[in-house]
Write a protein that binds this ligand. Structure first.
Ligand SMILES: Nc1ncnc2c1ncn2[C@@H]1O[C@H](COP(=O)(O)OP(=O)(O)OP(=O)(O)O)[C@@H](O)[C@H]1O
Length: 312
């Protein structure tokens, strides 16, 4: 658990993080969003003490982060940034081994960890371990950057715009990989992004920053249903709200008892995808199939439209 308590950072007269208090639960993904210069990176970097706060505290599992020695902070907290920051003259394996090496792990343990992470990130160790960063695509470099941040098995992974440099297709894949890996490893992730779609896709909770303050901190659905300030409303995008609501829920949660004919949709499809399918095929309703193959009812344009409007 990360407990942030009345945290403030000032540069001269400029208060860039202003009395922020928030608690981040273990094994969750928290996404920090906000306009440029709102203090997101500064807040993130105070967690691993790359930036020292002017006042306030941060506790990691109950321990003040100022009481943890440097090696302990490095072990507990991984850090991945946009542009991945790989060392250009070190191989992929050497890059991933950086923090375990600093922590004095023995060779077999380091080698096993490098291999495990490369496999987890779908990079064949025989092919990739001895390559240099310039011999990788942007997406592969990004994966190595995240693998390196996870090498010492940190409880917490801080990510600053980690997918910012990737094209939309690779970016979607990288986001998907991150979610699967987070499920396997149970890492607590705090991620900064400009991209609201990314935030809604990844977050268990979103923190919205405006001029150094966290103006709302809650589950994505809360932000859409009850934006705390006009700024949050603007950031979410007025016209996007119905679609954001639909994309956060599956049709398994919107099944109606009525019968329908046509190609069944899988119950784990998002409501947004289902509405899109209905509109595109000109159907008013389609059957819904459960994972065991049974037809469990239907979804309709009318039913999904009500949900999009927040009425169901
Ligand atoms: N070392 C520093 N010295 C002085 N001012 C700084 C320093 N670091 C950051 N700032 C200022 O603090 C404010 C917040 O910066 P920060 O990088 O945290 O914002 P951000 O929300 O992450 O922005 P972006 O989305 O553009 O990366 C900015 O106005 C920035 O100019």
């Amino acid at each position: 658990m990360i407990e942030i308590e009345t945290l403030t950072k000032r540069y001269g007269d400029n208060t860039v993080v202003d009395t922020v208090t928030m608690t981040i639960q273990p094994r969750t993904v928290t996404v920090i969003v906000g306009t440029s210069g709102s203090g997101k990176t500064t807040l993130l970097r105070m967690i691993n003490r790359l930036v020292e706060p002017t006042s306030g505290t941060i506790k990691l599992d109950g321990v003040d982060n100022r009481d943890l020695p440097g090696f302990e902070l490095r072990r507990r907290i991984g850090y991945a940034i946009q542009g991945h920051g790989l060392f250009p003259h070190r191989t992929v394996a050497q890059n991933i081994a950086t923090v375990p090496g600093l922590l004095g792990w023995d060779r077999p343990r380091i080698d096993a960890k490098v291999k495990e992470l490369l496999e987890l990130f779908q990079l064949d160790p025989d092919d990739f371990a001895s390559r240099f960063p310039h011999e990788l695509s942007g997406g592969q470099q990004q994966r190595v950057g995240v693998a390196r941040a996870l090498a010492a098995e940190p409880n917490v992974l801080l990510m600053d715009e980690p997918f910012g440099a990737l094209d939309p297709i690779i970016r979607a894949k990288a986001q998907q990989d991150l979610i699967s890996i987070q499920k396997v490893l149970g890492t607590t992730i705090v991620l900064v992004t400009h991209d609201m779609d990314e935030a809604f896709h990844l977050a268990d909770r979103i923190a919205v920053m405006d001029k150094g303050k966290v103006v709302q901190y809650g589950a994505p659905v809360e932000l859409v249903r009850q934006p705390a300030t006009p700024f949050v409303e603007t950031l979410i995008g007025d016209t996007e709200r119905p679609f954001r609501l639909l994309s956060m829920q599956t049709i398994g949660e919107a099944v109606e008892p009525n019968q329908a004919t046509g190609e069944p949709l899988s119950e784990d499809m998002s409501q947004r995808e289902a509405l899109s399918k209905l509109l595109w095929t000109g159907q008013q309703a389609l059957p819904v199939r459960a994972s065991d193959g049974r037809i469990i009812g239907s979804v309709s344009v009318e039913g999904l439209s009500k949900r999009a409007a927040g009425l169901a």
